[in-house]
Design a protein around this ligand. Structure first.
Ligand code: MIC
Ligand code: SF4
Length: 639
């Protein structure tokens, strides 16, 4: 038999139809062993699951609460109450606020080597550190996975990352993934699964591996995966889950589309400079630059190892800038307390925050105006921190610690060893699914901010309207539909659209789009490379759709966003000739004949016909014609 790489093994094991994997780019359907959401994407996912008429979910399903936790009014607690009760009704595990960050908790408690999963969050790929294939997706696709136990994706290319050597003192897993970003850029992972292998793998612990797979999202990768070995076993045993271990690796001589070599011992501390995780430089090149804040945590760097290393460097000293810390989970916080690190962190002046996303998604912890914040997070997109003119650079926890002590960007010196991780479990925090008879009696509680899903009309034969916005490269979903202070509006599409859609790019957008829509215009957005990079939030499609956007034309889309556009009936198209982008201007009156989405499509402007290509799959045509995925599902679902 032909030797297989690890990705092929797991995908073949989960294929719904057939026994062979097709060429990259062809859509495959796989069985998923787990589907999950977090609160910011979860309410919309649950509303869709309810609208589908589903009574009980099929695979292991979890709703985590970790993003929108500041209870500054009724909206967030009401969302949590809805998620709790709907979870109980539909057979979903519920993880309440304070338990920790979804991806971290997922690794600690649910992921097993060889599993497949899909989560309504782009960093779902974190689970690849445990030898599993997990992907981020929009809420509708996660609802569908919960309903059917299946998920469709274009077959990715598999690229091997051959690791040799071991990290030097002062260099961390964060520097490995920053190196990958330096090599591949923010769109170099599109359509790719990065499979880590080689003799350097065993030198990395499971949480170090997860730091690396987590930020594969920043390269636009479908996902990333490590083999499952003794280090995996060590981690699962430390979580009381030794029985979940199985050894998994690629076969000798397995084929890959490409190989990237990284010598871990040659790496230095790196930094991703504002405003993109792809602007990677050596920390030494920026040493001495003043900073105003340090923030440690996020799903990328909030393990015991990360925070204990940070705490060791600070021990007996005081931070000189505002320094915030978000443990990845309650279990991690308990481990830090048990090992004595909580006391030393407080004594060093660190502000210890709740276990959750926090400052990473602009829920508190905003830096001072014009401030420079060093963060161990994965994204530094403009305005995401909540302070419009602040700049965020991304670094490892050790660089964060060394810099918090000096107030300037500082490379860590010397070796750091930390106390062994105490065994601390927190499984009691989860609310387990009820037996079906009891589940049926649960009353789902909906607060006044939880609005019904909007209905959308089918696609007309011709789109006629205005280019409402013309944008450049790398427009992120944070640009399209900001989170931060707007998170409490995630269950209220109208308010979220009116107050937030593109407001950081053009504050007049929502009003203009509404007027255009109400005058029967079809809104068109024009962008360039890597449009929709970043998060999985389907609101970045849903809210523009509510505002009357019917097509987005770019030179290239990010993977998850394009699926979300289709799900909400917005036609994603690319220019056949990239230079045609220059022929279009904001405010231009245009038309696109979409009566035959399988045929030639042209955009007509000023008497000229510009050829376009579909960015959707052939299988998406019916969904687009019907005005979105939900109406089609309701018409065909048999239960
Ligand atoms: C993010 O890091 O941008 C988020 C917030 O976790 C998003 C999900 C969301 O917008 O709710 C993601 O990464 O998908
Ligand atoms: Fe939460 Fe930040 Fe991770 Fe998104 S990237 S899941 S906001 S910690």
């Amino acid at each position: 038999m032909k030797p297989l790489n690890l990705t092929e093994k797991i995908l073949l094991d989960h294929l719904v139809d057939g026994k062979e994997l097709p060429v990259p780019g062809t859509v495959i359907k796989i069985r998923v062993d787990e589907a999950f959401t977090q609160d910011a994407t979860g309410t919309m996912t649950m509303l869709q699951l309810e609208a589908m008429g589903v009574k009980q979910v099929k695979p292991l399903s979890v709703n985590f609460v970790d993003h929108s936790m500041l209870q500054m009014g009724f909206e967030n607690p009401d969302d949590h109450e809805y998620l709790k009760t709907v979870s109980q009704k539909l057979g979903i595990v519920y993880s309440p606020a304070g338990t920790g960050i979804c991806h971290f908790l997922n690794m600690e408690n649910f992921v097993k080597p060889g599993m497949t999963g899909v989560g309504a969050d782009s960093h779902t790929v974190n689970a690849g550190g445990c030898g599993a294939i997990y992907m981020g997706a929009g809420g509708y696709d996660v609802a569908l996975a919960m309903a059917t136990g299946e998920y469709s994706l274009p077959m990715p290319k598999v690229v091997k990352v051959n690791l040799t050597g071991a990290l030097k003192p002062g260099v961390m897993a964060m520097d490995v993934i920053l190196k990958m970003l330096e090599i591949n850029g923010v769109k170099g992972g599109k359509g790719v699964i990065f499979e880590y292998a080689g003799p350097g793998v065993t030198s990395l612990s499971l949480t170090e591996r997860a730091t690396i797979t987590n930020m594969g999202a920043e390269m636009g990768a479908t996902t990333s995966i490590f083999p499952s070995d003794e280090r995996t076993k060590e981690f699962l045993e430390s979580r009381g889950r030794g029985q979940d271990y199985k050894s998994l690796a690629a076969d000798e001589g397995a084929a890959y589309a490409n190989v990237i070599d990284i010598d871990l011992s040659a790496l230095e501390p790196l930094i991703a400079i504002y405003p993109s995780p792809g602007n990677v430089e050596k920390v030494s090149a920026r040493a001495g630059a003043k900073i105003h804040q340090v923030s440690v945590g996020s799903c990328t760097n909030s393990s015991y190892e990360n925070i204990a290393s940070f705490a060791e460097l600070l021990k007996g000293k005081r931070v000189v800038v505002d320094t915030l810390l978000y443990p990845g989970s309650r279990a991690v916080a308990m481990q830090l307390a048990e090992a004595g690190y909580m006391t030393s962190l407080y004594a060093s002046g660190v502000r210890i925050q709740e276990n959750g996303c926090g400052a990473c998604i602009g829920q508190g912890g905003s830096p001072v105006s014009k401030g420079i914040s060093l963060r161990t997070f994965n994204r530094n997109f403009p305005k995401r921190s909540g302070t419009p003119d602040a700049e965020v650079h991304l670094v490892s926890p050790l660089v964060a610690a060394a810099s918090a002590l000096t107030g300037v960007i500082t490379a860590p010196q010397g070796d750091v060893s930390f106390k062994q991780q105490p065994v601390m479990l927190d499984t009691a925090s989860f609310l387990k699914p009820l037996p079906q008879a009891e589940a049926e009696k649960v009353q789902v509680i909906r607060g006044p901010n939880i609005m019904a899903l909007p209905d959308f009309a089918p696609l007309p034969a011709k789109l006629e309207g205005e280019i409402l916005l013309k944008l450049g490269d790398n427009i992120s979903t944070d640009d399209i539909q900001p989170a931060g202070k707007f998170l409490p509006l995630r269950s209220n599409v109208k308010e979220y659209a009116m107050r937030a859609t593109f407001n950081q790019v053009d504050p007049s957008f929502s009003k203009r789009a509404c007027e255009h829509r109400d005058a029967d215009g079809h809104g068109i957005i024009v962008g360039r490379e890597n449009y929709g990079q970043g998060s999985s939030r389907e609101h970045a499609a849903l809210c523009p759709r509510w505002l009357g956007v019917r097509a987005v034309v770019t030179t290239q889309f990010a993977r998850i966003h394009v699926a979300n556009l289709v799900n909400f009936g917005i036609v994603p198209l690319t220019f056949a000739n990239a230079s045609d982008y220059d022929k279009l201007g904001q405010g231009d009156k245009v038309s696109i004949d979409v009566s035959n989405l399988e045929g030639d499509i042209f955009l007509e402007v000023n008497g000229e016909k510009l050829p376009l290509k579909p960015a959707f799959e052939p299988g998406d045509v019916e969904t687009l014609k019907g005005g979105g995925a939900l109406p089609l599902f309701k018409a065909t679902y048999k239960g």
